[in-house]
Design a protein around this ligand. Structure first.
Ligand SMILES: Cc1cc2nc3c(=O)[nH]c(=O)nc-3n(C[C@H](O)[C@H](O)[C@H](O)COP(=O)(O)OP(=O)(O)OC[C@H]3O[C@@H](n4cnc5c(N)ncnc54)[C@H](O)[C@@H]3O)c2cc1C
Ligand code: FES
Length: 361
């Protein structure tokens, strides 16, 4: 599950984003799907403690054995600043194998209409998906709607121009700038990437009805809510819409709660609850204290369970609940079908009963 990869190249994308290209020292290929993410494990915490963060692959499987991630600086952020300021070619980085459901399996016979909607660093998984589709699916078409502050904050600017120019019309890019430096260019829109902007752009697209396209959304929660509202208005079925969040809604809620417009989180179950975890042939019995999550209780006891974002977004910690009841603080990463099948996320999961058994892997 864990690998040490060598940094083989660095590509500065914007003043605050860099692409880190990684390869296994033995040339080993780590299987991945376009749109999945890599978990970087970086010793940049207090006293050199290892911190984990998820970074979507901006590369595609046909670039193997190379895996690339693109990291954007978050003000005050521990890992993003460490990576941008310290990573050097030749250095080794510990990673977990690629994971994630926000992905697409390219198929040479496919003839699909894809609409990718992203903002800021949300372009990374979309870049992987669009490169894979252009490379593999000669009959598919991609519309990318990409929101940024201005022309200088566009990640992959040159690559995107080249991909569009060489695509024979299969890739169309519409930029939306909130504060453009040079307003008024072709395929350029001014303002926020909101419902109105997206509806206007989608109306101009005539190659396929909006209800027949598949949509991949990745960006701040506000943008994704606006995009979802636009797609609902157009009558796009929910099973044609995929979304990836980089930041937990709970963090957004904390900020919003300062303004007093978010209700309190549901009360945690009272007392300590017993949980049995089955993982890689071993069985662990945990007494999970009130308010603690199953994952943090396991980690406190040095049980090495898989995890990445610790925020209920990425599903690296996913397990199947075989008995008992678990409350999830966040379920962004799980589909309705996974919820119905009894999947839970240990990083945001609290046992509600004493007979919880979770099987991981
Ligand atoms: C599935 C998945 C894929 C991801 N892919 C990418 C990617 O391709 N590129 C990329 O740059 N990041 C990506 N992220 C985000 C990344 O994992 C980190 O959360 C991000 O780099 C911040 O980490 P940090 O240690 O610098 O900040 P932290 O020290 O964890 O956080 C510092 C503060 O910044 C806030 N914050 C955290 N993340 C963001 C954000 N993205 N925007 C605004 N505020 C934030 C936190 O709420 C906190 O208050 C992804 C996250 C997930 C879950
Ligand atoms: S560690 Fe990412 S969802 Fe639990």
């Amino acid at each position: 599950m864990y690998h040490h990869l060598t940094v083989v190249a660095l590509t500065p994308e914007t003043p605050d984003a860099v692409t880190i290209h990684l390869e296994h020292p033995d040339g080993q290929v780590l299987p991945s799907q376009p749109g999945q993410f890599l978990t970087l494990i970086v010793p940049c915490g207090p006293d050199g403690r290892k911190e984990r963060r998820a970074y979507s692959l901006s590369s595609t499987p046909h670039e193997a054995p190379r895996l690339s991630v693109t990291v954007k600086r978050v003000t005050g952020g521990l890992v993003s600043n460490y990576l941008l300021d310290n990573v050097q070619v030749g250095q080794q980085l510990e990673v977990m194998a690629p994971l994630g459901n926000f992905s697409l399996v390219p198929h040479p016979q496919a003839a699909r209409s894809l609409v990718l909607v992203g903002a800021g660093s949300g372009i990374t998984p979309l870049m992987s998906i669009l490169k894979a589709v252009l490379k593999t699916e000669a009959n598919s078409r991609v519309l990318l709607v990409y929101g940024n502050r201005n022309e200088e904050s566009v990640i992959f600017q040159q690559q995107l121009n080249e991909l569009e120019g060489n695509s024979n019309g299969r890739l169309q890019i519409e930029h939306v700038y909130s504060q453009p430096l040079h307003p008024g260019g072709a395929h350029q829109h001014t303002g926020r990437l909101n419902r109105t902007a997206l509806l206007r752009i989608l109306e101009q697209r005539h190659d396929a009805p909006a209800t027949q396209a598949t949509y991949y959304l990745c960006g701040p929660d506000g943008m994704m809510a606006e995009a979802r509202a636009a797609l609902d208005l157009l009558g796009v079925p929910a099973n044609q819409i995929y979304r990836e969040s980089f930041v937990a809604a709970a963090e957004a809620a904390e900020t919003a709660a300062l303004h007093g417009d978010v209700s309190a989180a549901p009360a945690a179950p009272a007392g300590t609850r017993r949980v049995t975890i089955r993982y890689e042939g071993s069985e662990y019995v945990l007494d999970v204290p009130e308010k603690a999550t199953i994952l943090e209780t396991a980690l406190a006891q040095d049980i090495d369970l898989p995890y990445s974002c610790q925020a209920g977004l990425c599903t690296a910690c996913r397990g199947k609940c075989l008995s008992g009841k678990v409350h999830l603080d966040e379920r962004e990463g799980l589909s309705d079908a996974e919820m119905k099948q009894g999947y839970v996320l240990t990083c945001v999961g609290h046992p509600l009963t004493d007979d919880v058994v979770i099987e991981i892997g």
